[in-house]
Write a new protein. Structure first.
Lengths: 207, 207
């Protein structure tokens, strides 16, 4: 496997992963770059170029072996392992993500939810307990948590990030509408829900 | 303005929009492609190429006029207009989106929320009323709604889409974890929250 896959390709991998998963579910065992192009929306040449990064699975006149290709992308994305997660903030978004069935399908295990409001502490959401935020650091250490999902309000997100920096957490997935930054090598993804609404507006502005 | 901007460029515009907005807030009036590259993470040459699509605002030795550039991108994205929206599904995610302050900042006006559960109908969320889902179509027509935001469960999303196809709604922003499809020219954005978690996993898999 080529270890120097570009960021642009990596960002496209989840989409390949998603569509190949569907094909497997529907018992499609092989597919040409042209057919894949029709369903996934990238050009066939883009697809051949992208998938070349993982060795030459495509064969002239045969196409790609869907199962092999899926396994390879699954491994590249690290989804052959499982990840323990916590959610910080048990408000509506924290609730929604705790209930989001996709997570379990992909090997993400939600271990705990942390909250400052006494009204919510002690609740169960999707069979996961809501703990006092003061216990966050010790819980992360004791349970070897990999990923912290921030669902707090805008004012708390960076403060929580500063606290997470001092733990062994490997990644932060931030849904608060502010970019959090770290000084350590924790991986951070700031989610911008609004960005993809803005793209939508582009297409309807003159309608 | 060049009307033939590629899809790849359009997808990057919300990010330019977001960073330029921050610069304006901080009273930064001009910026070079190099400085913009440092904060936004695209290469300087990518930035020059992207922004060339909207005419030559960048000047040698001066850089870009932040305010002009922001206004131009704002207009291209259609954000000099306002859009009326409804949310379908008043569960946790519908709640979270209704409370999401960003929307109002960008000129999206939430006019109504629609729900099947009698327990939720009649509630107010962020001063917006939750109506019976049976009233959806007539409400959309009477209020000239532009965008419908689907926050239902996986089983209802396509059914709601089929109903929306018969209204004058211009765009669907779908958060249910299934791709909805339309046979009409309604613009659809299927949000895949999980995709960007998968990219995160790529970076931590070997840590």
């Amino acid at each position: 496997m080529n270890e120097n896959i570009s960021m642009a390709v990596i960002k496209r991998l989840p989409k390949y992963h998603r569509y190949l998963r569907e094909l497997l579910k529907n018992d499609v065992n092989r597919i040409s770059s042209k057919e894949l192009s029709n369903i996934i929306g990238f050009t066939a040449s883009q697809i051949r170029q992208d998938l070349n990064n993982f060795g030459g699975f495509g064969q002239q006149g045969y196409g790609y072996d869907v199962s092999n290709l899926f396994d390879e992308i699954n491994t590249i994305l690290g989804l052959d392992e499982t990840y323990d997660t916590v959610i910080i903030g048990a408000g509506n978004l924290g609730h929604a993500l705790a209930n989001y069935s996709c997570f379990n399908n992909f090997g993400y295990n939600l271990k705990g939810i942390f909250e400052i409001s006494p009204r919510l502490i002690g609740m169960q959401i999707s069979n996961v307990e809501v703990y006092d935020i003061d216990l966050m650091e010790s819980f992360i250490e004791e349970n070897d948590i990999d990923i912290a999902i921030i669902c707090t309000n805008i004012n708390s997100a960076q403060k929580i990030t500063n606290r997470l920096e001092k733990t062994k957490v490997k990644a932060i997935w931030n849904f608060a509408p502010v970019d959090v930054v770290t000084k350590t090598d924790i991986e951070v993804q700031n989610v911008h829900l609004i960005d993809n609404l803005l793209t939508l507006t582009y297409f309807i502005k003159d309608k």
